[in-house]
Design a protein. Structure first.
Length: 202
């Protein structure tokens, strides 16, 4: 089986002309090393989607799986592209959640490697962040997404701070019972420690 990193290192060898634009678009996105290249590669994928050279279902699966890559540059490129794809398309949150469930959540809980499990947990966090930034989360799913974010934060302590920032940005303004649930669920002592650690590193 070809892993995400093995796939990233091999330049696409298409067997048909129709496959070549698809392979090229995702290969360049995966291997972009700076913001300029990432934006250009994301634009190529989005243009291929607009011209129907790439099908939306296929793109969604590739982009979601790419968020679990071990390489930071790869994750950045796929995050940018997924967020714009969700903003520009008619893709529903339910479709994204279904793909993430199959590609990330189930794997993260059954992974034999701690590093792989961590990659898939980060992938889940990035998918939810992309959904929130694209503004496609239905009101009735907000509580479920908060629960999933809290679940991710409890699985790895270093994910607590990015989860907290997402919650503050997208959910705290809602106030009410949702805010009380958040405050009850977050270990503020751990958060303070992670924040101090981050400050020292910077």
């Amino acid at each position: 089986m070809v892993t995400l990193e093995e796939e990233a290192s091999v330049e696409p060898q298409a067997t048909t002309k129709n496959k070549r634009p698809t392979l090229d678009a995702f290969w360049h996105l995966r291997n972009a090393k700076n913001d300029k290249n990432r934006l250009e590669a994301a634009g190529r994928v989005l243009s291929s989607l607009a011209s129907s050279a790439i099908q939306p279902d296929y793109a969604l699966g590739r982009l979601v799986r790419g968020l679990a890559a071990a390489d930071h540059n790869t994750r950045q490129g796929f995050f940018i592209c997924l967020t714009e794809f969700l903003r520009q398309s008619d893709t529903k949150y339910a479709e994204v959640a279904k793909v993430a469930e199959a590609s990330l959540k189930a794997v993260s809980t059954n992974s034999g490697s701690k590093s792989e499990e961590a990659d898939f947990l980060l992938g889940r966090l990035l998918v939810l962040s992309s959904v929130l930034r694209a503004g496609i989360l239905p009101v009735e799913e907000r509580s479920a997404v908060v629960s999933e974010l809290l679940e991710v934060s409890k699985a790895r302590r270093y994910l607590l701070l990015p989860v907290y920032r997402l919650l503050v940005e997208h959910f705290v303004p809602e106030g009410g019972q949702l805010l009380l649930t958040l405050l009850d669920s977050i270990d503020l002592a751990k958060l303070d420690m992670e924040d101090r650690k981050s400050t020292r590193l910077n």
